[in-house]
Design a protein around this ligand. Sequence first.
Ligand SMILES: *[C@@H]1O[C@H](CO)[C@@H](O)[C@H](O)[C@H]1NC(C)=O
Ligand SMILES: *[C@@H]1O[C@H](CO)[C@@H](O)[C@H](O)[C@H]1NC(C)=O
Ligand SMILES: *[C@@H]1O[C@H](CO)[C@@H](O)[C@H](O)[C@H]1NC(C)=O
Ligand SMILES: *[C@@H]1O[C@H](CO)[C@@H](O)[C@H](O)[C@H]1NC(C)=O
Length: 944
Amino acid sequence: MRLKMSVFPPVSLNISLVSLGCCDVGDTGLVLTSQETSFSHSHSPTEMRGAAVSLTAAASGFVVLLLTVPVVRGYNGWGVTYTSTKICALKGSTVEMNCTYRFPSRINSVSTKVEETFWFTKASNNIYADLRTDPDYSDRVEYRCKNNDCTLRITDLRESDSAEYKFRFITNQPGGSFTGSPGVTLSVTGLQVQLSSPGVRTYDRSAELMCRSNCRLPDHTSYIWYKNQKEILRRKLNSLNNFELRNHYSCAVQGHEDFPSSSLLVQGQVNWGVTYAPAQICAFRGSTVEMNCTYRFPSRINSVSTKVEETFWFTKLQDKEPVDLRTDSEYAGRLAYSRGKNNDCTLRITDLRASDSAEYKFRFKTNLPGGSFTGSPGVTLSVTDPQLQVRVRRSTVNPYSTWTELTCHSNCQPSHHLSYTWYKNENSVEGGEEKYFHLHTSGPGDKYHCAIGGDVPVRSPPVYAPEFPAVSVSPSGEIVEGSPVTLNCSSNASPAANYTWYKEDANPGLPSLQKSLSFGSIKSSDSGRYYCRAENELGWMSAPTVIVVKYAPKLLSMSATPSGEIVEGSSVNLTCSSDANPAANYTWYKGNQTLLQGPEGFYHFTSISSEDRGFYRCKAENQFGQINSSSLLVDVQYAPKLVSVSASPSGEIMEGSSVNLTCSSDANPAANYTWYKGNQTLLQGPEGFYHFTSISSEDRGFYRCKAENQFGQINSSSLLVDVEYAPRLVSVSASPSGDIVEGSSVNLTCSSDANPAANYTWYKGGGDSPQASGQTFAITGIRAELGGNYYCEARNRRGRRNNTLHLNVVADFPEAWKSAVIGTITVVVLAIILLSAFLLIKEKITSKQSSEPVQRIVYSEKCLHSQSEEQDDPDYTNIHFLKNQTDPVCSNIGLAGPCRRDEEEDDDSVEYTVVKFNSSAPRARSQEIQEDPATLYSTIKTSF
Ligand SMILES: *[C@@H]1O[C@H](CO)[C@@H](O)[C@H](O)[C@H]1NC(C)=O
Ligand SMILES: *[C@@H]1O[C@H](CO)[C@@H](O)[C@H](O)[C@H]1NC(C)=O
Ligand SMILES: *[C@@H]1O[C@H](CO)[C@@H](O)[C@H](O)[C@H]1NC(C)=O
Ligand SMILES: *[C@@H]1O[C@H](CO)[C@@H](O)[C@H](O)[C@H]1NC(C)=O
């Protein structure tokens, strides 16, 4: 602040002293102007630190310990002892306050431990404001404690630091807290330049300027004097006697140059003057103010004693003349002047109005010519509304002392003491009569305000913790992924709330400390519950909001339950799940076939069948999009079914060809196959094939297979594998066998091994034209020209083969007869030979009584061979010679051995009766013995 003196009226002997603060001004004769001195210091930060150090070093010199007797305060073993209880210190210096404290070492066998120590100046309701947390002291305080000694150090002292400082400690004992009271009273004061002795005359060179402070500084303090902000002198004395008028003077203490006094402008040297105290007044509208002053004048000038004739106050000039307030209608009825004996003067204005704000000056007139004087500058009055305001400050010293300090603040601080009242929810609070009010806790909804009494009570607006915050989301309505979204939070609170946003389960919290939380492009992961916390010094309240971001399905997954093997007939659930908002609709597919559509992501098989096997997938969709799952194979396992056996090539199978039998079945897992021919096991293995590289007729038969897996087995039906082959073992026979008599009949029969059964065709000689077909060729009415070779050709679709039979035809009579003659001759010759032999033997027997058997008949046989090599059995044509003899003739066929028979001596005649052809081989082999003893048996090879 800059105060400037204007001299009025322009007389040579003006006296006026205007100064800041609490200057004890005597009746001096110098006109001085005080100015806040602002030296330009260009300290770098390092220099500032250096300055601080030097201040600390100098502190002892400028801190005056007014009472240095240790005072012990305490009881029952508790106590705090301050090294000094009254300290006066210079503005800008550093002060240290020391104390030692004590306490019972043990209470109820619990040993005492100090948990907290701190210093404070303000306390109410047992709430103590730790200096460290007080913004007024910000970084200027420091605690140092060692054992039971504690020091409070305050640097850069300000006049506002003037207070009583107390030390408090808190122990673990119940109720074990102690405050050293009374504490240390600190008064901080600045330097002031004052005129030395009163009554000095104009230009009295004996006048001095004094560098003074409210603290009594040590005698050997060094002072520095500045003239127009330039240092002119350093000396151990606090006075300056060589000063010039119309110059600015200020002083400082050495080592403490940063805090000089305000400067004085020495303008004249008069003992006229008006002193206003205070020089500035703030008052509330409607209230009453009193302005006080004292005035002085020389009691006698030129032997004429001075008498004051008129005094009045004014604010305005009219025609350069001051206008007495009493003549101003604005103040009618609201003014009162009073004058005391000691040249006191008082102006009292009631029912103040804002328009009363002005500079009020006091003027007095004396009986001296031109002896009028106005104290200028005057008192500055500002009339305002109190504009009471509760300031809130929260401090947490430790868990034991958390408090909120309410201060009833007004921009206008009236000079007189104000009485405060604190209200909680419109009820006045007991003990709340100070400017400060300390709160432990504030409940929700609690409102506090302060008021000042007086003519017109004035109240502050209330303060309160934040109300439940209102949260709004913009845009309102659906929140679609990718769109910008802003959450807004607001809460009524006084003081205004700070806002913090939290997201549930989010760690760490959101960085936003704003009223609004903005998403440039919101993601689905931003969905969740958000809390807006509104907080002020009185408490906090938080409100939740749920943000649901709408988005297309994502993270689609599909699964089957049970997972793993699925056996036919079991219950199976397919599940499709996706992340979507709103919830997705699901469509189920098997391959390309749509199965089901609906909001539930399930597809259920009560009893799954093998036909349900296949690839399944699902699609999830909502209005924002869709997504397809990958395919899932539902592999239903089941026992073999639908077993079938087939041959390849199908149809006719020819011997020697390559044949594959295939057994197939429907089974999961794939079946193992066993092959059977009839009931003989052929092969076992995982492949359903049975292979013939070159099939033979013996492979013909019924084949079947069995398919099995762990779930069961099944047998196929039997498959006939019919191997075809060309005819073989072709045989031809005649019946009757042997020579065929002309005119008789004969049956030629052909047989063969063939598959399929052969057709037979008969040919004669080398002829090409078939004589007959069929297995039997019946020839009747044989004639000689029908004799010869007959071919039988056996044929099927696989081939053909033939065989030959020679048919011998003999004449009916002449031929037979010729044979009979030859036979008869032979027989006769044989008979003679036999007879001669018989006679000879009889003679011998007679003489010797013994004789040897004689082979009389020689049988010859001839085999008629078939043209077929396979024809093992030769065709025999047996000729039976029938004889009327009683002696049977033994006939042996195919045997070399003689056939024995008893021959009668007298039987000399042989008769041939029957010639038989027998075509039956076995029969031809058999030995037939005629029962008729007269029949002669003979076997002749029918070779002609
Ligand atoms: C085939 O099995 C049946 C019945 O078990 C049996 O009677 C028959 O003799 C068997 N045949 C062969 C060639 O083993
Ligand atoms: C030939 O066969 C037919 C029919 O089987 C039969 O009637 C006939 O007597 C046979 N002829 C001869 C000479 O065996
Ligand atoms: C066998 O004879 C039947 C009837 O006479 C005829 O249909 C068939 O084609 C013949 N088969 C062969 C292989 O000649
Ligand atoms: C009978 O078969 C033989 C050899 O198998 C053949 O040479 C002959 O020509 C055949 N005869 C007829 C009449 O087919």
